[in-house]
Ligand binder design. Structure first.
Ligand SMILES: CC(C)(COP(=O)(O)OP(=O)(O)OC[C@H]1O[C@@H](n2cnc3c(N)ncnc32)[C@H](O)[C@@H]1OP(=O)(O)O)[C@@H](O)C(=O)NCCC(=O)NCCS
Length: 151
């Protein structure tokens, strides 16, 4: 189970995973833009025999890092890949001197919320009815990790 920096040539694999797991998937153009962005870091989880099976994308602005997106292929979930991808994001954030890591997550996304809480993220607030949902709208949970506590 390996993590490496994503290349623009990985974007097609990332968008395929995204389409399989996300309610409002990013486009190929968004993944390519992130791969080329100087302020964003993109990581992939891969195996020699299966290729790219997960990704994480973060953005650094001054001393804060925001987790923009993370996804693991459905048949590869629950094996620790999400945890490793999140660890790569947090290691880079710490190396860059980020003071806080931020993210937002759908209220119903128990797996992702569990992953973030396990890493030490705490809930900061709620954006009511922020996301479109299959039936109506859904709250966004705002979470953060104080990197100072992490060092
Ligand atoms: C969130 C996601 C990236 C996690 O990836 P993963 O490879 O399954 O993560 P891991 O295997 O490292 O760990 C998942 C943890 O969540 C737990 N989990 C899995 N499904 C769960 C569920 N339905 N409810 C609660 N916890 C759950 C696992 O048990 C594990 O915790 P543990 O190690 O303490 O037992 C993956 O589920 C995914 O791609 N989801 C769809 C995209 C998504 O929601 N992205 C986040 C947007 S904010």
């Amino acid at each position: 189970m390996s993590i490496r920096t994503a290349l623009p040539t990985d974007a097609m694999h990332m968008v395929e995973i995204e389409r399989a797991v996300a309610t409002s998937p990013w486009s190929l153009a968004q993944f390519l833009s992130s791969c080329h962005s100087a302020s964003e870091d993109c990581w992939v989880s891969y195996e020699e025999h299966t290729g790219v099976v997960g990704f994480a994308i973060s953005q650094r602005i001054v001393d804060e890092t925001t987790l923009l997106n993370v996804g693991v292929a459905p048949d590869q979930q629950g094996l620790g890949r999400g945890g490793l991808l999140l660890a790569a994001v947090l290691d880079k954030a710490r190396a860059d001197g980020s003071q806080r890591c931020l993210l937002e997550v759908r209220a119903s996304n128990s797996a992702a919320r569990h992953l973030y809480e396990r890493a030490g993220f705490v809930q900061d607030g709620v954006r009511k009815a922020y996301y479109p949902a299959v039936a109506g709208r859904e709250d966004a949970i705002l979470m953060s990790l104080d990197m100072k506590l992490w060092n």
